[in-house]
Design a protein around this ligand. Structure first.
Ligand code: COA
Length: 331
């Protein structure tokens, strides 16, 4: 049986560190409020002129090096982001050109915080079908350009950061390692509980001066609604994905959860009865990096020497849409 394995992993974050103290000089907030509500201490922000495909390029290079491959080995690029370089074409095309290759297919996945897991499940299906053999799956974000740093946007602005993570997915026939099960879910009834208009295609013209005045350029979030649904859906995923994969909760070495809020992940750990030490985190240093958060955390755990061959990892994410998704993988 062919399974997809993670043949290489890499990440990259921009060098500029922005602390909670830094944010408290821009808006009415405090280190204490941010830490106690979310667990976040600092995040990275990209400088002006940096695109999300630039962060993705560094992460992709690291993943390719880890896989002992070059860009010309790739058959497909799948790029997950909510902060694409431009509205179109997709950031995958910009990344492909920056990697110095041509002709291989590129597709963008616009699934916000679950984008990387939607992209990974798609890559897994391509590989198991035999259509492609080496797929670069990237999650990258430059969110700092689209945050409202006035008091109006403080509930959202303090949570997010910039960064990128990538894996190279390849086929493997040893029957042990690789992706065992994935799940993809959505509930569009909550599409506006966490969303950003930027432009409204139903308006003619699609961007008006009033939209700028009304703040339609900033993300909006019903924080408590998101929080409640995240805890419920992520806990459901832990049970359903382990069941689907035919493994027990005790078999899981690490849960690699999306980094939206440390309180969410600790509540999920408690709800499902998995020790909280098994829920890895980097939200303290990076905030919520949306589509980048899971591959960034995976790469950091890998490079810190935490992951051993054969470890069972459960990747889970919840986000705007609402969408939620999971991947069970034998490392
Ligand atoms: N600094 C200080 N005060 C802030 C603030 C900030 N950055 N942002 C909001 N507040 C204020 C609000 O104005 C409100 O004030 P009021 O009570 O006077 O009206 C108060 O803090 C709300 O506090 P609280 O009810 O304790 O907030 P919370 O516990 O719901 O936490 C979130 C807010 C955003 C941290 C939380 O709801 C959350 O994390 N939600 C999920 C977010 C998420 O996961 N998003 C991404 C999904 S992928």
């Amino acid at each position: 049986m062919v399974r997809s394995v993670i043949g290489g992993v890499g990440s990259y974050v921009p060098p500029r560190v922005v602390t909670n103290e830094d944010l408290s000089r821009l808006m009415t907030t405090s280190d204490e409020w941010i830490r106690s509500r979310s667990g976040i201490e600092e995040r990275r922000f990209a400088d002006e002129g940096v695109y999300c495909s630039d962060l993705a390029l560094e992460a992709a290079r690291n993943a390719l090096e880890d896989a002992s491959m070059t860009p010309s080995d790739l058959d497909l690029i799948i790029f997950a982001t909510l902060s694409p370089d431009h509205h179109f074409p997709g950031s995958g095309c910009f990344l492909q050109a920056k990697l110095g290759i041509e002709s291989v297919g590129c597709m963008d996945v616009r699934n916000q915080c679950t984008g990387f897991l939607y992209a990974l499940a798609s890559a897994d299906a391509f590989i198991r079908s035999g259509m492609y053999r080496r797929i670069l799956v990237v999650g990258a974000e430059v969110q700092s350009s689209a945050l409202d740093f006035s008091d109006r946007g403080r509930d959202v602005a303090v949570l997010f950061g910039d960064g990128a993570g990538a894996v190279v997915l390849c086929p493997c026939e040893d029957g042990e390692r690789g992706i065992i099960a994935s799940e993809l879910h959505a509930d569009g009834r909550y599409a506006k509980a966490l969303y950003m208009t930027i432009f409204d295609i139903s308006r003619k013209p699609l961007v008006t001066p009033e939209m700028i005045e009304e703040g339609d350029f900033w993300p909006r979030m019903e924080g408590k609604v998101v929080f409640k649904h995240a805890v419920t859906r992520l806990a459901e995923l832990v049970h359903s994905t382990t069941r689907k994969g035919g493994v027990g909760l005790g078999d899981i070495r690490y849960v690699i959860p999306h980094q939206a809020n440390q309180r969410i992940n600790l509540m999920v750990a408690e709800k499902v009865g998995i020790p909280k030490e098994k829920f890895l985190s980097n939200i303290q240093k990076h905030g919520n990096t949306t589509a980048a958060s899971i591959p960034l955390l995976l790469d950091q755990a890998y490079r810190a020497g935490k992951l051993e061959r054969g470890d069972l990892l459960l990747l889970i994410a919840f986000g705007s849409g609402f969408t939620w998704a999971s991947t069970l993988v034998r490392w």
